[in-house]
Design a protein around this ligand. Sequence first.
Ligand code: COS
Length: 392
Amino acid sequence: MTNPSTDHPDDDTFAALIDAVDRFVRDRLVPMERQVDEDDAVPAELVAEMRELGLFGLTAPTEYGGLGVTCRQECELMMVFGRTSPAFRSVFGTNIGIGARGLILAGTEEQKQRWLTKLASGEMIGSFALTEPEAGSDAAGLRTTARLDGDHYVLNGGKRYITNAPVADLFTVMARSVDKPGAAGISAFLVPAGLPGLTVGKPDRKMGQRGAKTADVTFDNVRLPVENRLGAPGEGFQIAMRVLDRGRLNIAATAVGNAGRLVEEGVRYAAERRQFGKPIAEFQLVQALLADCEVERLAAQALVRASADAYDRDGKAILEASASKLYATEMVGRVADRIVQVFGGAGYMAEYPIERFYRDVRLLRLYEGTSQIQQLVIARELAKRHGVAPPR
Ligand code: COS
Protein backbone atom coordinates (compact mmCIF):
# COMPACT_ATOMS: atom_id res chain seq x y z
CA MET A 1 0.00 0.00 0.00
CA THR A 2 1.23 3.46 -0.78
CA ASN A 3 0.74 6.64 1.12
CA PRO A 4 0.38 9.04 -1.76
CA SER A 5 2.35 12.21 -1.61
CA THR A 6 0.73 15.01 -3.52
CA ASP A 7 0.66 18.73 -4.08
CA HIS A 8 -1.41 20.42 -1.42
CA PRO A 9 -3.13 23.81 -1.72
CA ASP A 10 -0.88 26.59 -0.42
CA ASP A 11 -2.13 28.87 2.36
CA ASP A 12 -3.65 31.49 0.03
CA THR A 13 -5.40 28.95 -2.18
CA PHE A 14 -6.71 27.16 0.87
CA ALA A 15 -7.94 30.38 2.50
CA ALA A 16 -9.89 31.15 -0.69
CA LEU A 17 -11.38 27.65 -0.65
CA ILE A 18 -12.44 27.92 3.00
CA ASP A 19 -14.00 31.28 2.21
CA ALA A 20 -15.92 29.90 -0.78
CA VAL A 21 -17.15 26.89 1.23
CA ASP A 22 -18.18 29.15 4.12
CA ARG A 23 -20.27 31.30 1.75
CA PHE A 24 -21.76 28.23 0.06
CA VAL A 25 -22.76 26.76 3.42
CA ARG A 26 -24.31 29.98 4.72
CA ASP A 27 -25.98 31.20 1.53
CA ARG A 28 -27.01 27.97 -0.16
CA LEU A 29 -27.11 25.04 2.25
CA VAL A 30 -28.38 26.45 5.54
CA PRO A 31 -31.53 27.88 3.89
CA MET A 32 -32.21 24.46 2.31
CA GLU A 33 -31.69 22.27 5.40
CA ARG A 34 -35.33 22.00 6.33
CA GLN A 35 -36.52 21.21 2.82
CA VAL A 36 -33.85 18.54 2.41
CA ASP A 37 -34.98 16.95 5.67
CA GLU A 38 -38.63 17.04 4.59
CA ASP A 39 -38.00 15.79 1.03
CA ASP A 40 -35.27 13.30 2.05
CA ALA A 41 -33.34 14.46 -1.02
CA VAL A 42 -30.57 16.94 -1.81
CA PRO A 43 -31.57 19.01 -4.88
CA ALA A 44 -29.50 18.33 -7.99
CA GLU A 45 -28.48 21.99 -8.34
CA LEU A 46 -26.81 21.92 -4.92
CA VAL A 47 -24.94 18.76 -5.86
CA ALA A 48 -23.80 20.50 -9.05
CA GLU A 49 -22.55 23.47 -7.01
CA MET A 50 -20.59 21.13 -4.71
CA ARG A 51 -19.02 19.64 -7.83
CA GLU A 52 -18.09 23.10 -9.14
CA LEU A 53 -16.44 23.96 -5.83
CA GLY A 54 -14.23 20.90 -6.31
CA LEU A 55 -15.62 19.16 -3.22
CA PHE A 56 -16.03 15.82 -4.97
CA GLY A 57 -12.27 15.72 -5.46
CA LEU A 58 -11.35 17.28 -2.14
CA THR A 59 -8.82 14.71 -0.96
CA ALA A 60 -7.83 13.18 -4.31
CA PRO A 61 -4.26 13.93 -5.41
CA THR A 62 -3.95 16.81 -7.87
CA GLU A 63 -2.49 14.52 -10.56
CA TYR A 64 -5.91 12.84 -10.73
CA GLY A 65 -7.80 16.11 -10.84
CA GLY A 66 -8.43 16.49 -7.11
CA LEU A 67 -7.69 19.40 -4.79
CA GLY A 68 -5.20 17.29 -2.84
CA VAL A 69 -5.98 18.77 0.56
CA THR A 70 -4.03 17.52 3.57
CA CYS A 71 -5.86 15.77 6.38
CA ARG A 72 -5.60 18.97 8.45
CA GLN A 73 -7.04 21.03 5.60
CA GLU A 74 -9.79 18.47 5.13
CA CYS A 75 -10.68 18.74 8.81
CA GLU A 76 -10.67 22.55 8.71
CA LEU A 77 -13.07 22.41 5.75
CA MET A 78 -15.31 19.90 7.46
CA MET A 79 -15.51 22.13 10.54
CA VAL A 80 -16.84 24.87 8.26
CA PHE A 81 -19.06 22.46 6.37
CA GLY A 82 -20.34 21.09 9.67
CA ARG A 83 -22.16 24.33 10.29
CA THR A 84 -24.95 22.84 8.20
CA SER A 85 -26.77 19.52 8.24
CA PRO A 86 -24.33 16.56 8.23
CA ALA A 87 -26.50 14.99 5.52
CA PHE A 88 -24.90 17.33 2.95
CA ARG A 89 -21.49 16.00 3.87
CA SER A 90 -22.39 12.51 2.68
CA VAL A 91 -23.06 13.71 -0.86
CA PHE A 92 -19.38 14.33 -1.57
CA GLY A 93 -17.70 13.17 1.65
CA THR A 94 -18.60 9.55 1.16
CA ASN A 95 -17.56 9.75 -2.47
CA ILE A 96 -14.06 11.08 -2.07
CA GLY A 97 -13.70 10.13 1.59
CA ILE A 98 -14.25 6.46 2.28
CA GLY A 99 -15.62 5.85 -1.26
CA ALA A 100 -12.35 6.64 -3.03
CA ARG A 101 -9.70 6.44 -0.30
CA GLY A 102 -9.06 2.72 -0.81
CA LEU A 103 -8.32 3.47 -4.46
CA ILE A 104 -6.04 6.37 -3.47
CA LEU A 105 -4.17 4.19 -0.96
CA ALA A 106 -3.94 0.89 -2.79
CA GLY A 107 -4.97 1.39 -6.42
CA THR A 108 -2.64 0.67 -9.35
CA GLU A 109 -1.85 3.53 -11.71
CA GLU A 110 -4.21 1.98 -14.26
CA GLN A 111 -7.05 1.73 -11.70
CA LYS A 112 -6.53 5.34 -10.64
CA GLN A 113 -6.49 6.62 -14.23
CA ARG A 114 -9.63 4.67 -14.94
CA TRP A 115 -11.69 5.60 -11.87
CA LEU A 116 -10.07 8.14 -9.59
CA THR A 117 -10.11 10.93 -12.15
CA LYS A 118 -13.85 10.41 -12.62
CA LEU A 119 -14.52 10.18 -8.88
CA ALA A 120 -12.50 13.36 -8.30
CA SER A 121 -14.46 15.29 -10.91
CA GLY A 122 -17.77 14.04 -9.55
CA GLU A 123 -18.56 12.36 -12.85
CA MET A 124 -18.74 9.09 -10.89
CA ILE A 125 -19.92 8.53 -7.32
CA GLY A 126 -18.05 6.17 -5.01
CA SER A 127 -19.30 4.12 -2.09
CA PHE A 128 -17.64 1.97 0.59
CA ALA A 129 -19.19 -1.44 1.19
CA LEU A 130 -17.90 -3.13 4.34
CA THR A 131 -20.87 -3.57 6.71
CA GLU A 132 -23.09 -6.64 6.44
CA PRO A 133 -26.21 -7.74 8.31
CA GLU A 134 -24.08 -10.00 10.55
CA ALA A 135 -20.85 -7.97 10.43
CA GLY A 136 -21.14 -4.42 11.74
CA SER A 137 -18.67 -3.75 14.56
CA ASP A 138 -17.13 -7.16 13.85
CA ALA A 139 -16.02 -6.16 10.38
CA ALA A 140 -13.57 -9.08 10.11
CA GLY A 141 -16.55 -11.43 10.44
CA LEU A 142 -17.94 -10.44 7.05
CA ARG A 143 -19.27 -13.25 4.87
CA THR A 144 -19.52 -11.91 1.33
CA THR A 145 -17.34 -14.12 -0.86
CA ALA A 146 -15.27 -13.52 -3.97
CA ARG A 147 -14.41 -16.88 -5.55
CA LEU A 148 -11.70 -16.95 -8.20
CA ASP A 149 -12.94 -18.45 -11.48
CA GLY A 150 -10.35 -18.12 -14.27
CA ASP A 151 -9.72 -14.44 -14.88
CA HIS A 152 -12.79 -13.38 -12.89
CA TYR A 153 -13.93 -13.26 -9.30
CA VAL A 154 -17.51 -14.31 -8.59
CA LEU A 155 -19.09 -12.26 -5.79
CA ASN A 156 -21.92 -13.50 -3.59
CA GLY A 157 -23.39 -12.00 -0.44
CA GLY A 158 -24.87 -8.79 0.82
CA LYS A 159 -23.94 -5.45 2.35
CA ARG A 160 -26.07 -3.28 4.62
CA TYR A 161 -26.59 0.46 5.33
CA ILE A 162 -24.23 1.41 2.51
CA THR A 163 -24.08 5.20 2.20
CA ASN A 164 -24.50 6.51 -1.34
CA ALA A 165 -25.49 3.04 -2.62
CA PRO A 166 -28.59 4.31 -4.47
CA VAL A 167 -26.48 6.80 -6.46
CA ALA A 168 -23.11 5.03 -6.58
CA ASP A 169 -21.27 4.15 -9.77
CA LEU A 170 -18.38 2.35 -8.08
CA PHE A 171 -18.28 0.36 -4.85
CA THR A 172 -15.18 -0.55 -2.85
CA VAL A 173 -16.32 -3.96 -1.64
CA MET A 174 -14.62 -6.02 1.05
CA ALA A 175 -15.15 -9.74 0.46
CA ARG A 176 -13.66 -13.02 1.54
CA SER A 177 -11.41 -14.39 -1.24
CA VAL A 178 -8.57 -16.11 0.61
CA ASP A 179 -9.00 -19.35 2.51
CA LYS A 180 -7.98 -17.90 5.87
CA PRO A 181 -10.19 -17.02 8.84
CA GLY A 182 -10.97 -13.48 9.97
CA ALA A 183 -9.26 -10.40 8.64
CA ALA A 184 -6.55 -12.30 6.73
CA GLY A 185 -9.11 -13.80 4.32
CA ILE A 186 -10.52 -10.48 3.15
CA SER A 187 -9.65 -8.69 -0.10
CA ALA A 188 -10.92 -5.41 -1.52
CA PHE A 189 -12.58 -5.03 -4.93
CA LEU A 190 -13.62 -2.17 -7.18
CA VAL A 191 -17.12 -3.12 -8.26
CA PRO A 192 -18.93 -0.97 -10.83
CA ALA A 193 -22.67 -0.58 -10.24
CA GLY A 194 -24.76 -2.06 -12.98
CA LEU A 195 -22.91 -5.36 -13.24
CA PRO A 196 -25.34 -8.26 -13.76
CA GLY A 197 -26.31 -9.72 -10.37
CA LEU A 198 -25.61 -6.54 -8.38
CA THR A 199 -28.76 -5.13 -6.84
CA VAL A 200 -29.26 -2.03 -4.73
CA GLY A 201 -32.20 -2.17 -2.32
CA LYS A 202 -34.74 0.52 -1.51
CA PRO A 203 -33.26 3.53 0.34
CA ASP A 204 -33.43 3.03 4.12
CA ARG A 205 -35.79 5.17 6.22
CA LYS A 206 -33.69 6.80 8.91
CA MET A 207 -34.05 8.80 12.14
CA GLY A 208 -32.07 11.70 10.73
CA GLN A 209 -29.53 12.79 8.13
CA ARG A 210 -32.37 12.63 5.67
CA GLY A 211 -31.10 13.42 2.18
CA ALA A 212 -28.09 11.14 2.72
CA LYS A 213 -29.01 7.87 1.10
CA THR A 214 -28.18 4.42 2.42
CA ALA A 215 -29.33 1.03 1.13
CA ASP A 216 -28.49 -2.67 1.02
CA VAL A 217 -26.36 -3.99 -1.82
CA THR A 218 -26.56 -7.65 -2.84
CA PHE A 219 -24.28 -9.71 -5.05
CA ASP A 220 -25.69 -12.74 -6.82
CA ASN A 221 -22.92 -14.39 -8.86
CA VAL A 222 -21.50 -11.01 -9.88
CA ARG A 223 -18.59 -11.64 -12.26
CA LEU A 224 -15.76 -9.20 -11.78
CA PRO A 225 -12.50 -9.12 -13.78
CA VAL A 226 -9.42 -10.00 -11.70
CA GLU A 227 -7.91 -6.59 -12.48
CA ASN A 228 -10.66 -5.02 -10.34
CA ARG A 229 -9.10 -6.37 -7.15
CA LEU A 230 -7.72 -3.55 -5.05
CA GLY A 231 -4.38 -4.35 -3.43
CA ALA A 232 -3.07 -7.85 -2.80
CA PRO A 233 -5.27 -10.83 -1.92
CA GLY A 234 -5.87 -10.75 1.84
CA GLU A 235 -5.05 -7.05 2.12
CA GLY A 236 -8.68 -5.88 2.08
CA PHE A 237 -9.21 -5.57 5.82
CA GLN A 238 -6.13 -3.44 6.33
CA ILE A 239 -7.17 -1.24 3.41
CA ALA A 240 -10.62 -0.84 5.00
CA MET A 241 -9.11 0.06 8.38
CA ARG A 242 -6.77 2.62 6.86
CA VAL A 243 -9.67 4.14 4.94
CA LEU A 244 -11.62 4.41 8.20
CA ASP A 245 -8.73 6.07 10.06
CA ARG A 246 -9.01 9.16 7.90
CA GLY A 247 -12.78 8.87 7.62
CA ARG A 248 -13.05 8.98 11.41
CA LEU A 249 -11.14 12.26 11.50
CA ASN A 250 -13.48 13.68 8.87
CA ILE A 251 -16.49 12.77 11.01
CA ALA A 252 -14.87 14.18 14.15
CA ALA A 253 -14.31 17.49 12.35
CA THR A 254 -17.94 17.47 11.16
CA ALA A 255 -19.04 16.99 14.76
CA VAL A 256 -16.99 20.03 15.82
CA GLY A 257 -18.66 22.08 13.06
CA ASN A 258 -22.11 20.86 14.07
CA ALA A 259 -21.39 21.83 17.68
CA GLY A 260 -20.36 25.31 16.52
CA ARG A 261 -23.67 25.77 14.76
CA LEU A 262 -25.64 24.50 17.76
CA VAL A 263 -23.80 26.81 20.15
CA GLU A 264 -24.44 29.76 17.82
CA GLU A 265 -28.15 28.92 17.66
CA GLY A 266 -28.24 28.59 21.45
CA VAL A 267 -26.51 31.90 22.08
CA ARG A 268 -28.82 33.76 19.66
CA TYR A 269 -31.96 32.20 21.08
CA ALA A 270 -30.92 32.88 24.67
CA ALA A 271 -30.36 36.55 23.79
CA GLU A 272 -33.86 36.86 22.23
CA ARG A 273 -36.04 34.67 24.41
CA ARG A 274 -37.41 36.54 27.41
CA GLN A 275 -38.68 34.99 30.62
CA PHE A 276 -39.23 36.56 34.05
CA GLY A 277 -38.88 39.94 32.34
CA LYS A 278 -35.42 39.49 30.82
CA PRO A 279 -33.51 37.50 28.17
CA ILE A 280 -32.81 33.97 29.40
CA ALA A 281 -29.12 34.61 28.56
CA GLU A 282 -29.01 36.61 31.77
CA PHE A 283 -29.75 33.55 33.89
CA GLN A 284 -26.58 31.93 35.15
CA LEU A 285 -27.94 28.39 34.75
CA VAL A 286 -28.46 29.10 31.03
CA GLN A 287 -24.98 30.65 30.84
CA ALA A 288 -23.59 27.46 32.39
CA LEU A 289 -25.25 25.31 29.73
CA LEU A 290 -23.78 27.44 26.93
CA ALA A 291 -20.35 27.69 28.56
CA ASP A 292 -20.09 23.91 28.99
CA CYS A 293 -20.96 23.46 25.30
CA GLU A 294 -18.29 25.87 24.16
CA VAL A 295 -15.58 24.44 26.41
CA GLU A 296 -16.20 20.96 25.05
CA ARG A 297 -16.39 22.20 21.46
CA LEU A 298 -13.03 23.95 21.82
CA ALA A 299 -11.48 20.85 23.40
CA ALA A 300 -12.73 18.69 20.52
CA GLN A 301 -11.51 21.22 17.96
CA ALA A 302 -8.01 21.18 19.46
CA LEU A 303 -7.97 17.37 19.57
CA VAL A 304 -9.08 17.06 15.94
CA ARG A 305 -6.47 19.60 14.78
CA ALA A 306 -3.64 17.86 16.66
CA SER A 307 -4.78 14.45 15.40
CA ALA A 308 -5.01 15.61 11.79
CA ASP A 309 -1.49 17.08 12.08
CA ALA A 310 -0.28 13.72 13.41
CA TYR A 311 -1.92 11.99 10.44
CA ASP A 312 -0.20 14.35 7.98
CA ARG A 313 3.13 13.92 9.73
CA ASP A 314 3.11 10.14 10.17
CA GLY A 315 0.80 8.99 7.36
CA LYS A 316 -1.46 7.38 9.97
CA ALA A 317 -2.92 8.19 13.36
CA ILE A 318 -4.93 5.20 14.50
CA LEU A 319 -5.24 6.10 18.16
CA GLU A 320 -5.68 9.82 17.52
CA ALA A 321 -8.35 9.27 14.84
CA SER A 322 -10.36 7.04 17.16
CA ALA A 323 -9.86 9.43 20.10
CA SER A 324 -11.06 12.34 17.97
CA LYS A 325 -14.10 10.51 16.70
CA LEU A 326 -15.00 9.24 20.15
CA TYR A 327 -14.64 12.57 21.91
CA ALA A 328 -16.04 14.86 19.20
CA THR A 329 -19.11 12.78 18.37
CA GLU A 330 -19.98 12.17 22.03
CA MET A 331 -19.36 15.89 22.63
CA VAL A 332 -21.80 17.00 19.93
CA GLY A 333 -24.42 14.66 21.39
CA ARG A 334 -24.09 16.40 24.76
CA VAL A 335 -24.08 19.82 23.08
CA ALA A 336 -27.25 19.04 21.10
CA ASP A 337 -28.94 17.86 24.27
CA ARG A 338 -28.01 21.01 26.21
CA ILE A 339 -29.07 23.30 23.36
CA VAL A 340 -32.48 21.62 23.29
CA GLN A 341 -32.60 22.49 27.00
CA VAL A 342 -31.74 26.14 26.27
CA PHE A 343 -34.55 26.27 23.70
CA GLY A 344 -36.98 24.57 26.08
CA GLY A 345 -40.19 23.39 24.39
CA ALA A 346 -39.17 25.18 21.19
CA GLY A 347 -36.13 22.88 20.97
CA TYR A 348 -38.47 19.93 20.58
CA MET A 349 -40.40 21.49 17.71
CA ALA A 350 -39.60 20.88 14.08
CA GLU A 351 -39.87 24.58 13.21
CA TYR A 352 -36.45 25.20 14.80
CA PRO A 353 -33.32 23.49 13.45
CA ILE A 354 -32.34 22.13 16.88
CA GLU A 355 -34.71 19.16 16.74
CA ARG A 356 -33.23 18.17 13.35
CA PHE A 357 -29.61 18.52 14.49
CA TYR A 358 -30.43 16.47 17.60
CA ARG A 359 -31.53 13.61 15.32
CA ASP A 360 -28.79 14.15 12.72
CA VAL A 361 -25.81 14.10 15.08
CA ARG A 362 -26.94 10.85 16.70
CA LEU A 363 -25.60 8.92 13.71
CA LEU A 364 -22.08 10.31 14.18
CA ARG A 365 -21.64 8.04 17.21
CA LEU A 366 -22.59 4.98 15.17
CA TYR A 367 -21.17 4.99 11.66
CA GLU A 368 -17.51 4.42 10.75
CA GLY A 369 -17.21 2.62 14.08
CA THR A 370 -19.35 3.07 17.17
CA SER A 371 -18.02 4.90 20.23
CA GLN A 372 -17.40 1.51 21.83
CA ILE A 373 -15.27 0.39 18.84
CA GLN A 374 -13.24 3.61 19.15
CA GLN A 375 -12.64 2.83 22.84
CA LEU A 376 -11.52 -0.67 21.89
CA VAL A 377 -9.13 0.64 19.21
CA ILE A 378 -7.70 3.22 21.63
CA ALA A 379 -7.13 0.59 24.34
CA ARG A 380 -5.37 -1.73 21.88
CA GLU A 381 -3.15 1.03 20.47
CA LEU A 382 -2.35 2.23 23.96
CA ALA A 383 -1.17 -1.26 24.93
CA LYS A 384 1.02 -1.42 21.80
CA ARG A 385 2.56 1.96 22.57
CA HIS A 386 3.44 0.84 26.07
CA GLY A 387 4.85 -2.46 24.88
CA VAL A 388 2.29 -4.71 26.51
CA ALA A 389 0.09 -7.35 24.86
CA PRO A 390 -2.98 -5.67 23.32
CA PRO A 391 -6.31 -6.70 24.89
CA ARG A 392 -8.30 -9.09 22.65
N1 COS B 1 -4.64 0.23 9.98
C1 COS B 1 -3.98 -0.77 9.39
N2 COS B 1 -4.17 -2.06 9.73
C2 COS B 1 -5.03 -2.32 10.73
C3 COS B 1 -5.76 -1.32 11.39
C4 COS B 1 -5.52 0.01 10.98
N3 COS B 1 -6.17 1.01 11.56
N4 COS B 1 -6.55 -1.89 12.33
C5 COS B 1 -6.32 -3.21 12.26
N5 COS B 1 -5.42 -3.47 11.28
C6 COS B 1 -4.88 -4.77 10.90
C7 COS B 1 -4.24 -5.43 12.12
O1 COS B 1 -2.88 -5.01 12.23
C8 COS B 1 -4.35 -6.88 11.78
O2 COS B 1 -3.36 -7.27 10.89
P1 COS B 1 -2.26 -8.38 11.29
O3 COS B 1 -3.07 -9.59 11.67
O4 COS B 1 -1.44 -8.53 10.07
O5 COS B 1 -1.54 -7.79 12.46
C9 COS B 1 -5.67 -6.97 11.04
O6 COS B 1 -5.94 -5.67 10.53
C10 COS B 1 -6.80 -7.43 11.93
O7 COS B 1 -6.93 -6.51 12.98
P2 COS B 1 -7.55 -6.90 14.37
O8 COS B 1 -6.96 -8.22 14.83
O9 COS B 1 -7.43 -5.74 15.27
O10 COS B 1 -9.09 -7.16 13.97
P3 COS B 1 -10.33 -7.37 14.94
O11 COS B 1 -11.31 -8.17 14.17
O12 COS B 1 -9.91 -7.90 16.26
O13 COS B 1 -10.91 -5.90 15.27
C11 COS B 1 -11.85 -3.74 14.80
C12 COS B 1 -10.85 -4.86 14.45
C13 COS B 1 -12.88 -4.11 15.84
C14 COS B 1 -11.05 -2.56 15.27
C15 COS B 1 -12.51 -3.49 13.44
O14 COS B 1 -13.30 -4.60 13.07
C16 COS B 1 -13.36 -2.26 13.39
O15 COS B 1 -12.87 -1.14 13.24
N6 COS B 1 -14.70 -2.45 13.48
C17 COS B 1 -15.63 -1.37 13.22
C18 COS B 1 -15.93 -1.37 11.76
C19 COS B 1 -16.50 -0.08 11.32
O16 COS B 1 -15.99 0.99 11.61
N7 COS B 1 -17.57 -0.19 10.56
C20 COS B 1 -18.18 0.93 9.99
C21 COS B 1 -18.29 0.67 8.52
S1 COS B 1 -18.20 2.07 7.54
S2 COS B 1 -19.81 3.09 7.94
